[in-house]
Every structure is written in structure tokens, then in C-alpha cells.
Design a protein around this ligand. Structure first.
Ligand code: UD1
Length: 353
């Protein structure tokens, strides 16, 4: 079986790694295409190294542009690559522009597409990722889900049951694998780890000011570590935001980030991945959003949405880890193998049909 994986942005890389490893173990022919949506060393190459993924076979080098231009350039770049490699499956991951662009090109060429992390919905169409999720899930052949609630969502949208396979959470495969190498005892313990990059938080001046007020207050009491995403760095500079004693850092490599998160007092974030990682690690997580496409992290995990940002300092102060860590079904480190098994199985089924 020939598999062609398409990734582009930082959150895609920990999803690719366990699937790639399982594909290699099963002896499949694999090609990695990096669209170049993220291109800085700290946003991309360091992740490939630490996740032990080989360098991409193809890099489209699309870079940063408006959504339309970025999506169009990925589509243009993907077409000849797919024609040349003619894979049995194209795998797309998550909800970034690379996901929807590659899926659209592949289905129109008649190449089977599988979506890893299908069925997530925030029901907030102002998020570019939500549009990417909806479109991708409408057009792909195989929808691989990370939670039972995603299955329910897809069935509710009319996706035929035979196209949906619950495989569990590949992000947690990467987390469990990398924790063995994470410098947990070397980092400062009990910090508050902050990441913010969503347009809804950082592009809105009032919202950014409210977040800054809350973070300044938290940093009066505890060490606050804030690895700053490039888009957030630009916005903080443009607005001249004062973050007081908050420790601002460049984006942190994967293993070091896991070390900080695993030993944190709490996490304040708007990231999707961190909502899941904190649940798997039993670390309190406060999500500065009005909604989440990952409600299982609230119902079964340690995540909490913070609708009123003025409550954030008190919430963080009172945060406590659960007595026992419960991980949702399929968040067990074996999801990559189940993805490969699902592809092998579906290929046989489709060949018969
Ligand atoms: C993208 C994804 C989002 C994901 C996030 C994780 C989409 C629609 N959005 O959003 O789902 O959660 O990545 O990081 O696909 N930049 C750099 N260096 C880089 C990459 C970007 O400096 O390596 C700068 C760009 O110049 C741009 C800004 O960061 O100004 C935004 O980057 P971009 O990747 O386009 O969008 P994100 O907001 O990061």
C-alpha cells in the first residue's frame, strides 16, 4: 500500500508521527509532503527531529499568505505531486488550510483520502479551522475519529457509518512516546503555561487587553511561561501590550513543551492540542474560548472553558489536579496502528465493492 501524508502546520506534526511509524512497521511505501504553511525552525523542523519523522520528501514552500492565496498555492502545488506519486491513500490531518486544500485536490483526481481527526466541530463558523473541518469531512472517503462523540457528530451530519472508523487519538501516541525523552525534572515545576494564537483572541484588541490584565495578575503569584506564537508576537508588538512579569519565550520544541506542561500547576490556552494533552496528563486546563470542538476534554478530562476572562486569576489560583487521571477511550498510545489497520481494511473493502 502506498501512503502519501500531507502536513503543513505545527499541530499536524505530532499527528503524523505515530501514523508514519505504524505505516513503516507494516512495510508500506510512504511519502511525506510538507506544504510549508509553517516554515520557521521552531515551528517546523525541530518538531520533525524530536518526533523522529524523516525530513519531508516534498516541500511545497507555500509560506504565509491570506487564506485564499495560501489555500490556492497548496492546491496548485499538490496536483503534480499527487499525479506523480499516485498513492493508494492520501492522509490529511486536523483542520489547517493544508488539510482542506490537499483533500480537495486528491478527491478530484479520484485518489482516496482519509482524514485523521475527523468529526470535530466547534459550531463556530468564524473560525477558519471550522470551515476546513466541515469541507474536509464532506468530501473524504474515510473519516478517522479520535472520540466517540465525533462519530455521533458525523452520523448526525449524514455521513454513512461505513466511512467512519473510531481509531482514538494519535496526539496521545506522540505524547506518550515523547514523554520518555522529555526533560520533565529539568524544567521549573509548578508554572502556569500559557499559549494563545487564535485570531478570536489575539486579533481583537479588547480581548487581548483583557487577557493581558488576567495574565499580569496571575504572574504576580506564580511563574508564568508564555511561548509566543509568531502571529501573537506580531499582535503584542503592534498593540504595545504590557504583560508585566509574564516570561515571554520563543516557540518551544515539542519535548520541552511537554515537560513544562506535565509539571505545570495549570495551563491557559486556546490551542486544540493542549486541551487534549492536559487531559491525558491530568493537568488543569483553562481554555480562553467560548466553545471547543473537543468537549470530551471537558466531560471526561481536565479542561474548562473560560467565558469571562476576569475570572481567570481566581480559577488558576484554585486549580487542582484530579486524584486519578482518566483518559478517554482510545487515548492509549495505540491509535497510529489503528489508523493503518483501518486503511488496509478499507482498501480491501473498496476493492471488493
Ligand atoms: C495555523 C492554523 C491553525 C493552527 C495554527 C497552529 C489554519 C487556518 N490555521 O494558524 O489551525 O492552530 O496554525 O500554529 O491553517 N508565521 C511565522 N513562522 C511560521 C509560520 C507562521 O512567522 O513558521 C507567521 C506568519 O507570518 C503569519 C502568522 O505567523 O503572520 C500566522 O501563521 P499561519 O500559520 O498562517 O496561521 P496560524 O494563525 O498560525
Amino acid at each position: 500500500m502506498k501512503l502519501l501524508h500531507v502536513v503543513g502546520a505545527r499541530p499536524n506534526f505530532p499527528k503524523l508521527a505515530p501514523v508514519y511509524r505504524a505505516g513503516r512497521a507494516a512495510g508500506h511505501d510512504q511519502v511525506i509532503v510538507h506544504t510549508g504553511q509553517h516554515y520557521d525552525e521552531s515551528m517546523s523542523a525541530s518538531f520533525f527531529r524530536e518526533l523522529e519523522i524523516p525530513a519531508p520528501d516534498v516541500n511545497l514552500d507555500v509560506g504565509s499568505h491570506s487564506h485564499a492565496v495560501q489555500t490556492a498555492r497548496i492546491m496548485e502545488g499538490m496536483e503534480p505531486v499527487l499525479l506523480e506519486h499516485a498513492p493508494d491513500w492520501v492522509l490529511v490531518y486536523g483542520d489547517v488550510n493544508s488539510t482542506v486544500a490537499a483533500a480537495l485536490v486528491a478527491v478530484k483526481l479520484g485518489i482516496r483520502v482519509a482524514h485523521v481527526e475527523a468529526g470535530l466541530r466547534s459550531h463556530d463558523r468564524a473560525m477558519p479551522e471550522e470551515i476546513n473541518r466541515i469541507i474536509t469531512d464532506r468530501i473524504v472517503d474515510l473519516l478517522l475519529t479520535h472520540s466517540r462523540e465525533a462519530d455521533v457528530t458525523l452520523l448526525g451530519e449524514g455521513v454513512p457509518a461505513e466511512r467512519i472508523v473510531f481509531v482514538g487519538n494519535v496526539m496521545i501516541d506522540s505524547l506518550l512516546h515523547a514523554l520518555e525523552h522529555a526533560p520533565v525534572s529539568a524544567v521549573e515545576q509548578g508554572t502556569v503555561v500559557v499559549t494563545l494564537h487564535r485570531p478570536s483572541n489575539v486579533d481583537d484588541s479588547d480581548r487581548l487587553a483583557q487577557l493581558a490584565t488576567a495574565l499580569r495578575e496571575i504572574a504576580e503569584e506564580r511563574t508564568v511561561i508564555f511561548p509566543v506564537h509568531p502571529r501573537t508576537r506580531q499582535r503584542l508588538a503592534a498593540e504595545g501590550v504590557d504583560l508585566g512579569r509574564v516570561r515571554l519565550l520563543e516557540p518551544i520544541p515539542y519535548r520541552e513543551m511537554l515537560a513544562y506542561v506535565a509539571s505545570a500547576h495549570a495551563v491557559v490556552t486556546d490551542s486544540g492540542g493542549l486541551q487534549e494533552e492536559t487531559t491525558a496528563l491530568g493537568v488543569p486546563c483553562f481554555t480562553a474560548r467560548d466553545n471547543t470542538e473537543r468537549p470530551v476534554t471537558i466531560t471526561e478530562g481536565t479542561n474548562q472553558l473560560v467565558l469571562d476572562l476576569s475570572t481567570l486569576p481566581a480559577l488558576v489560583r484554585a486549580a487542582a489536579r484530579p486524584a486519578t487521571v482518566r483518559r478517554p477511550e482510545g487515548w492509549d498510545g495505540q491509535a497510529g496502528g489503528r489508523v493503518i489497520a483501518a486503511l488496509e481494511h478499507a482498501l480491501v473493502e473498496l476493492a471488493i465493492a
